[in-house]
Write a protein of this length. Structure first.
Length: 481
């Protein structure tokens, strides 16, 4: 069989010859329509271990399309074999850097968690080889896809589980365009909690009445982990009390920003594989919800939003015109999801100056941590030692100081001079003169009070004979600048 044209590999990929001999597959799904010739030459997997956002993978074979950019991730290359797109996924233990200085021991695919994004075109016949390098059986479910029942990937129901050391193959036609996911469906509570998931994009084969062309197309998944400070492995029995919330298993400030050109039409595809919903909010722009994992949204049903709730197991596809220059926050609006480790079970100590005591206690108990006197951000100034391999709660630094955010938080950077197709970081926005909030040092005028009885909008009933004054302790220390 002739050697196919080698795909151009980005420098972060391991350069592999897809036709390298690995031996015949020892087990395969019975329903798979794979010839003996194909089985004799398993494509060698492409591995990626860097957590950076890789450039889009422009297709060199098959139908053309506008590729996506996976936030802090990459797209899996394929080979064409007699008109079939062939991919190779390897389920294996991985080490994922969730933020600089903090790594987690997870399970994923091809060196990463989440695994690589798979991109195909509507009507493509795809063949996915799945090798299991875990210590237990696994499978892959193609979330939201229309596939033959025996290819649906539910262990025990539609297929036997893939035993350790074996390779199975899935084959089906990508029947409809849209934004989908893939994830394990064997020992799901453990394997999902360990990070076995990835994104799947099916591009339309021709101009689609409900799918517009865009200039920038991003994709990523929401995920959550419970990893104790100083440890590496997630707790798989956690149901709700997670302490790490991420975009593609990255937590702010480890999450890359999204770089676009002013007046670009931007699409962001997001999927939720956590145990709760996420109201995702974009600053500075309004967006339309143009699709779900059920397909494109009918245009009469679309309405402009600045926040959309993404429930468990759902995909959302949002689009907006990037017409406002600046650095715009993009985050989950559940405030405890924009923190990092140690975000729960932390006592509230607002108004109590305990800095001296805290420093003494941490000499005996390294992972001791309580809220600061002036709030959670105060903890970034207390310089208390942290356990090894721990992400501090809110350490992202912006052009004006601490951003005071973590977890599910990133920035959409809109620039008029960002070149088409250029995804490099343009740096911080240079604000025009007079457009940044500033300190007021003049006199404050007395506000006009309500003229009605009691100073309110309606007359009061059973008013106390004397006003009751409630005093709040004002935090001490130097004023913030």
């Amino acid at each position: 069989m002739p050697k196919p044209k080698e795909l151009k590999q980005r420098s972060a990929f391991s350069r592999r010859d897809f036709m390298g001999g690995v031996g015949a597959i020892s087990a395969a799904v019975a329903a798979a329509t794979v010839s003996k010739v194909a089985l004799a030459a398993l494509p060698e997997p492409v591995i990626q271990t860097k957590p950076d956002t890789m450039p889009p993978l422009v297709p060199e074979t098959g139908r053309p399309y506008n590729p996506v950019v996976t936030l802090n991730g990459w797209t899996l290359p394929w080979r064409m074999n007699q008109g079939v797109k062939e991919f190779h996924l390897v389920a294996e233990p991985v080490v994922r850097e969730m933020a600089p200085g903090f790594k987690a021991h997870l399970w994923g695919y091809n060196g990463q968690s989440p695994g690589p994004t798979i991109e195909v075109v509507e009507g493509d016949r795809v063949r996915i080889f799945v090798t299991n390098r875990l210590g237990e059986r696994t499978s892959i479910h193609w979330h939201g896809q229309r596939v033959p029942n025996g290819m649906d990937g539910v262990t025990g129901l539609t297929q036997p589980g893939i035993p350790p050391g074996k390779t199975y193959v899935y084959e089906f036609v990508a029947r409809r365009p849209g934004t989908f996911m893939y994830h394990t469906h064997g020992d799901e509570m453990v394997q999902m909690a360990m990070g076995m998931m990835g994104s799947w994009i099916t591009h339309p084969k021709a101009k689609h009445p409900l799918i517009d062309e865009v200039d920038r197309d991003f994709v990523f998944l929401f995920n959550a982990f419970d990893i104790d400070p100083g440890s590496y492995t997630p707790k798989v029995m956690t149901m709700l009390d997670f302490n790490l919330w991420g975009f593609n298993s990255r937590i702010f400030p480890g999450i890359d920003s999204l770089h676009v050109r002013q007046m670009d039409k931007v699409r962001i595809r997001i999927g939720n594989l956590t145990m709760t919903n996420h109201p995702i909010h974009l600053h500075g722009h309004e967006f339309l919800i143009t699709g779900t994992d059920g397909g494109p949204t009918p245009k009469p049903a679309r309405m402009y939003e600045v926040t959309t709730d993404v429930a468990v197991g759902q995909m959302r596809q949002i689009e907006f015109l990037a017409d406002e220059e600046g650095d715009w926050a993009f985050h989950c609006h559940k405030s405890h999801h924009t923190m990092n480790a140690m975000g729960h079970n932390v006592p509230t100590m607002i108004g109590v100056d305990h800095r001296r005591v805290a420093k003494q206690i941490t000499k005996l108990i390294p992972d001791y941590m309580v809220m600061g006197e002036r709030g959670m951000e105060d903890m970034t100034e207390m310089e208390m030692p942290l356990p090894d391999n721990t992400a501090a709660m809110m350490t992202g630094a912006g052009p004006f100081g601490s951003v005071g955010m973590g977890g599910m938080f990133s920035v959409v950077k809109v620039r008029r001079d960002q070149k088409p197709g250029d995804y490099r970081d343009p740096g911080w926005f240079e604000h025009p003169a007079g457009t940044v909030a500033f300190e007021w040092t003049g006199a404050l005028a007395e506000p006009e009070r309500f003229k009605s009885e009691g100073g309110g909008s309606m007359p009061s009933v059973a008013r106390p004979a004397q006003d009751i004054e409630v005093k709040a302790r004002k935090p001490g220390g130097a004023a913030r600048k």
